[in-house]
Design a protein around this ligand. Structure first.
Ligand SMILES: N[C@@H](CCC(=O)N[C@@H](CS)C(=O)NCC(=O)O)C(=O)O
Length: 220
């Protein structure tokens, strides 16, 4: 049984969505955010204190995009995975990593300096600069998504889950005023997927069962 440690609507939503798209059985352990402060016993599971964390037999993983790639490849064959010989393999790896390294890292800095830090340590200038950086990077997807429905190999893959989560997080952080029209239509396609909706329902159900407060879609 695969175990996924998760906080609602955090990066661990990527593997959760992937598990639902693949139709795999899994155990979902929901933690309050941030687990480092709210659930210190979790440091025994993942000394980094970050989520996601996946345990699958002897396998332990803590990088959200890598976990999506692992699940799609290890439990395939699945259209979510793109194999090395296929056209679009380079796009697949590129956008899997683009979603986390290029898009979510500036979002995380924005989150930190607008929401997570105590009032005295908030940095409005850093938050505004990283919002601008995020929007500038996200805009680079606009011409591509005017021509294509999906990022790689002509179909929905784990790369769309990686980038799709960054757009979800933009909405959650109210950074969505910088979402351009083709990117917006792309996100509507992603959000309409049954796998996405099952992931949203699964995290709400598990949070309620495990006594974790529900998370609103938009932070306020
Ligand atoms: N690159 C890692 C980043 C993991 C990460 O920083 N997760 C955040 C949540 S979205 C976290 O756990 N933050 C809480 C903390 O660092 O204490 C990934 O893609 O999974």
């Amino acid at each position: 049984m695969i175990t996924l440690y998760h906080c609602q609507f955090a990066r661990s939503f990527r593997p959760l969505w992937t598990l639902e798209e693949l139709g795999l059985p899994y155990e979902l352990k929901v933690l309050p955010f941030p687990p480092r402060a709210q659930a210190p016993e979790y440091l025994k599971v993942n000394p980094l204190g970050t989520i996601p964390f996946v345990v699958d037999g002897e396998t332990r993983m803590s990088e959200s995009a890598a976990i999506c790639q692992y699940l799609a490849a290890a439990y395939g064959p699945s259209p979510l995975d793109v194999r090395p010989g296929e056209p679009g393999f380079g796009d697949y790896l590129n956008y899997l990593h683009f979603g986390e390294a290029t898009l979510t890292v500036p979002q995380a800095i924005y989150l930190r300096y607008t929401w997570l830090e105590p009032e005295a340590r908030k940095l409005p200038q850093a938050a505004a600069d990283y919002a601008t950086i995020f929007h500038g990077r996200l805009r680079k997807l606009e011409p591509l998504l005017e021509r294509r429905d999906w990022l790689a190999a002509g179909r929905f893959t784990a790369a769309d889950i990686s980038v799709g989560f960054a757009i979800l997080l933009a909405e959650r952080l109210s950074l969505d005023d910088g979402i351009t029209p083709a990117v917006r239509r792309y996100f509507e396609r992603l959000r309409a997927r049954e796998g996405f909706q099952r992931a949203v329902a699964a995290q709400a159900r598990a949070a309620a069962e495990q006594g974790v407060a529900p998370a609103a879609y938009r932070r306020s």
